[in-house]
Design a protein around this ligand. Structure first.
Ligand SMILES: Cc1cc2nc3c(=O)[nH]c(=O)nc-3n(C[C@H](O)[C@H](O)[C@H](O)COP(=O)(O)O)c2cc1C
Length: 184
């Protein structure tokens, strides 16, 4: 099972009387039951740098304006690019693309001439953040806010472009389609 290793021990608070380690493991299992999608987040510094990373902490957070929230680890290269470029693009993948998200959990090979990330062609829409051409659909966002959330920064992005790149009825990838997890 691919999961991101935890760096610290049990994180407080703990309920009165609970054993920290036991409770920590229980809390992680509960958190892992939360259903989520699984996406590739494209980023750019607005210049010559591009990146893509696997993300599941992504959701719509407002009707008006149309805002998407994405929570990005502070140490991630993506974090640096989103800060620098003020934008991001979410590629919503097909259910068959489990192997693709696996490739975006590690540093990515970028070819600006061929316009590929890890060999997968990308396109750019309004913001210039890369969208995988194999995505079922995409949301292209301009950052309008940020919230420090401990290990992560929650970036809020206004959706400035959205569309389907393939048949709208194509089933999309969710965490439960894989043996991966994150968080907890
Ligand atoms: C299943 C799964 C889901 C992930 N979800 C997130 C996420 O929501 N936010 C995040 O910051 N990292 C997430 N990651 C970790 C990043 O994909 C990973 O740290 C990546 O290497 C960061 O790439 P970068 O440093 O090139 O930006 C996830 C990893 C996996 C395996």
């Amino acid at each position: 099972m691919a999961s991101v290793p935890r760096k610290e021990g049990p994180v407080p608070p703990f309920p009165p009387g609970a054993d920290p380690d036991t409770y920590d493991r229980l809390r992680r299992r509960v958190l892992w039951t939360m259903p989520s999608g699984l996406y590739v987040l494209g980023s750019t510094d607005g210049g010559g740098r591009r990146n893509g990373m696997t993300i599941n902490w992504a959701t719509q957070v407002s009707f008006e304006p149309k805002l998407l929230g994405v929570s990005v680890e502070r140490e991630a290269y993506t974090h640096e690019l989103v800060e620098a470029g003020g934008c991001f693009a979410l590629s919503i993948l097909g259910r068959e693309d489990r192997a693709v998200v696996r490739r975006f959990t590690k540093p990515v090979e970028v070819d600006l001439t061929a316009r590929t990330l890890n060999g997968f062609p990308y396109l750019e829409r309004v913001t210039g953040a890369p969208v995988l051409t194999r995505a079922v659909a995409f949301l292209d966002c301009r950052v309008t806010g940020r919230l420090e959330c401990g290990s992560h920064t929650l970036f809020l992005g206004e959706i400035v472009d959205a569309g389907f790149l393939t048949d709208e009825t194509t089933p999309v990838l969710r965490m439960e389609d894989t043996r991966m997890n994150y968080g907890g």
